[in-house]
Design a protein around this ligand. Structure first.
Ligand SMILES: Cc1ncc(COP(=O)(O)O)c(C=O)c1O
Length: 390
């Protein structure tokens, strides 16, 4: 067999940090241990039945067995515009300000290639969602990090970024409610973001994957609610978390027309839009009763309460999550995030995600997923408590 080497673009792709951890976790499971896995971010609940039923019915429509329109069905774009109006009082033109994505991950990875050229500078939150890095590598971008620190509520401090970096930057990624730190962003932060983006001519990409998941009665803000946001950027939304539809791959890019047009153009070449029946069921999810979303938020909130009160009871001092379905906690003294991962796996059979996997600023933290029932979460904390590290 001839060996065909990979392209430079594929060679640049980052190593999947979490892949090694999955191997270690599976090895402990194979030994027969009852491992509690809080390391991943896959929603554990099924898609609400009325959405599944809508797909089953729509799957029989022969229209959908043909190619979908390249840029997706108008009815889905109209549904997302109606959803943003209803949920956030944001006006969007479904024809020019909405693009349908194969999950938001696709949009987040392709946006660099859409707007930037090789060597251009992009701003990345640290810690941040590692999949952004894949897009930077494919488009050969230069990355500068924006530290997210506890003393600054895990928001970037634009004033502390070097002027030369801001001058060079063409694209900025943000994500609130945040993975991995589980904080939300206040309106004045988004206002500062619009100001900074306008001053330095940076396009903002706000990843709103956890937009539906805010706790303590706080509804997370859409970046597009900020005056001027559409002038300087876009938001990416996904049905993966809001309706437990991660396997369906439905996302949207919304906002600035020139950016939406660039996304539509690249997608004309890469794909033909999603299966029509999925588009129909997605529109029904967005326009139908939202009790399922309220129930889901309550479920995650009660898990958060159970987990953080158990953590407090063993002396693990952590700020309870404001949104998303994660918790972000400091590692005990004497550990790195990786050594705590190893220790918790071996000695407590609990899997956490080491913060270093999200960037250097994550080194003193671990992320837990609140993706199992409260009894398992408190059992995980009880086992960690037995290690007497706090
Ligand atoms: C911060 C963040 N953004 C985007 C995504 C991707 O979501 P999807 O591709 O399912 O829309 C995820 C998934 O875990 C995420 O955590």
């Amino acid at each position: 067999m001839v060996y065909y080497p990979k392209s430079d673009a594929l060679d640049r792709l980052p190593k999947q940090f979490f892949a090694d951890l999955v191997v270690k976790t599976n090895a402990e499971i194979a030994k027969g241990f009852d491992v509690i896995n809080l390391g991943q971010g896959n929603p554990d609940q099924p898609t609400p039945p009325h959405i599944v039923k809508a797909l089953q019915e729509a799957a029989g429509n022969p229209l959908y067995h043909k190619y979908s329109p390249f840029r997706g069905y108008d009815f889905l774009k109209e549904a997302i515009a109606a959803f943003y109006k209803r949920e956030y009082s944001v006006d969007l033109d479904p024809k020019t300000e909405v693009a349908i994505l194969f999950g938001s991950k696709t949009g987040l990875v392709e946006i660099g290639e859409c707007l930037l050229n090789s060597g251009d500078t992009v701003l990345m939150p640290d810690p941040g969602y590692p999949d952004y890095l894949s897009g930077f590598a494919l488009a050969n971008l230069h990355m500068e990090k924006m530290p997210l620190r506890e003393e600054n509520a895990f928001l970037p401090d634009y004033g502390s970024l070097p002027e030369a970096v801001l001058d060079r930057a063409k694209l900025m990624f943000l994500n609130y409610p945040n993975n991995p730190t589980a904080v939300t962003a206040p309106a004045d932060f988004f206002e500062q973001t619009v100001e900074t983006a306008a001053k330095y001519n940076i396009c903002v990409v706000h990843d709103f994957a956890y937009g539906a998941l805010g706790f303590d009665g706080e509804k997370p803000l859409s970046f597009l609610q900020t005056p001027g946001a559409k002038d300087v950027g876009i938001e990416m939304y996904t049905l993966s978390k809001t309706y437990n539809m991660a396997g369906w791959r439905v996302g949207f890019a919304l906002g600035n027309r020139s950016v939406i047009e660039a996304i539509e153009l690249i997608q004309d070449h890469y794909y033909v839009s999603l299966f029509g029946a999925i588009q129909e069921a997605s529109a029904k999810a967005l326009l139908g009763a939202q009790d399922c979303v309220r129930d889901l938020v309550r479920r995650y909130e009660s898990r958060r309460d159970a987990f953080f009160s158990a953590a407090r009871s063993i002396g693990w001092d952590a700020v309870p999550s404001k949104g998303s379905f994660f918790g972000w906690l400091p590692v005990p003294k004497g550990f790195t995030s990786q050594s705590f991962f190893d220790h918790a796996l071996k000695e407590a059979h609990v899997v956490v995600a080491p913060g270093i996997g999200f960037g250097g600023e994550g080194e003193d933290y671990i992320r837990v997923g609140l993706l199992t029932e409260p009894e398992r979460l408190t059992e995980a904390v009880r086992r960690i408590g037995e290690l007497r590290l706090f």
